[in-house]
Design a protein around this ligand. Structure first.
Ligand code: GLU
Length: 381
């Protein structure tokens, strides 16, 4: 492995508070048999420790299809048709979720996502709000792809990439991908037993992707390639990834201590401003929200969210999830002060402008977000 890809001087993870842990089928249903709690117990312990320390965990769990196979009690060929795989997922998903809910012994929420939920901005904002609310309620979201209904061309396809999307969605500080492999090796350890583990990757380029062969197991969909793709996605959004074994009991203990086992894929160098950069430069605003002095002061001085109460005018035909410009209107004229993603359509926002958040439900007839723009989706200009 060449110098530019690896260096081993960093010994600690960047500080983290919110983590997405992806758990592969191989840990949930070892050897493709029924669900086993053996490798899930250390994860449950980790979740409890995180909760005590004020940290948040989102679990992305595979295993629905594997559990469905076990539920039937009769073997189903690995290459079964899409319809059969979807039926297996529908059979197994409740088993898999029940296992987590039982083990974690705290409020757990089932969240099933499809690619559409991540691509369509309105649904993206919606999924994001749901996950955010669940974390605020101190529940543990257990996420999987909505396998039983997602049609092939509309699937994310593997839970490694799904976990990266979820990490971006919840603005996690860390993504952990647990499977039965100990990390990224210089060569496939199944065929090259002396291959060395790579402890740290500064970036994932084609040379690194070439290290990964095809799928790693018969039960899961992913292999090392999808893990590296996921880590690359996360890195581009400023999130480091640890790829490690979920069979080594101390993997998560190390992460809790700010260390790691396996391979750490670092976040991209531009990470700190990845989202701000996107908001600031990548999109053309679809409209303008005019705010009063009070709201402007709260945004500029306190890093607050923009509430409908501070909105005095709405211009343009934007939809929820669209980028809008926030403009302060004062005696001295107008000045653009921020950009952000609207939580409401322009028409809805016109109806609730100037109103306190508790009045939103009675005006619109349903309860949406409390904010017009959440501070996580806002960048000051
Ligand atoms: N979503 C699939 C399942 O729950 C697993 C996909 C994967 O392992 O990547 O069975």
């Amino acid at each position: 492995m060449g110098e530019p890809l690896v260096s081993s001087d960093a010994v600690r993870l960047p500080p983290w508070r919110r983590v997405v842990v992806k758990v592969g089928s191989n840990l949930i249903a070892p050897e493709g048999r029924r669900i086993s709690t053996r490798h899930l117990l250390p994860i449950a312990r980790f979740v409890a420790e995180c909760a005590d320390a004020g940290r948040e965990v989102v679990i992305v769990s595979s295993g629905a299809v594997a559990a469905g196979r076990a539920e039937l009690g009769t073997p189903v060929a690995a290459g079964a048709s899409l319809g059969v795989r979807q039926a297996l997922a529908a059979l197994g998903q409740p088993r898999m979720f029940d296992t987590w809910a039982h083990l974690l012994d705290r409020p757990c929420a089932q969240v099933l996502l499809s690619r559409d939920d991540l691509q369509n901005r309105r649904r993206y904002v919606n999924a994001k709000n749901t996950l955010r609310a669940l974390l605020e309620l101190r529940a543990v979201p257990i996420v999987n792809e909505n396998d039983s209904v997602a049609i092939d061309e509309l699937r994310v396809g593997d839970n490694d990439n799904l976990a990266a999307h979820v990490a971006v969605l919840v603005e996690a500080d860390l993504l952990v991908i647990l499977s039965d492999v100990a990390g990224v090796f210089e060569a496939d350890p199944r065929t090259h037993p002396s291959a060395q583990l790579i402890p740290r990757l500064e970036r994932i380029d084609e040379a690194v992707l070439a290290l990964a062969g095809g799928a790693g197991s018969a039960v899961g969909t992913g292999g090392m390639r999808t893990k590296l793709e996921a880590a690359r996605k996360a890195a581009a959004s400023g999130i480091p990834t640890v790829i490690a074994s979920g069979r080594d009991g101390d993997t998560l203990g190390a992460i809790a201590r700010g260390e790691w086992r396996g391979t750490l894929v670092e976040r991209a160098a531009t990470r700190l401003n990845a989202k701000a950069h996107w908001l600031k430069h990548a999109l053309v605003p679809a409209g303008r929200i005019i705010v009063d002095d009070g709201a402007s002061g709260a945004l500029l001085a306190r890093g607050a969210s923009l509430l409908p109460a501070g909105v005095v005018d709405v211009e343009g035909e934007f939809r929820a999830g669209d980028l809008v410009e926030v403009v302060r209107r004062g005696a001295d004229g107008e000045r653009a002060i921020a950009r952000g993603l609207a939580q409401y359509d322009a028409g809805e926002l016109k109806r609730i402008r100037g109103r306190p958040s508790h009045a939103i439900e009675s005006v619109l007839g349903y309860l949406g977000a409390e904010t017009a723009i959440h501070r996580d989706d806002l960048v000051l200009l």
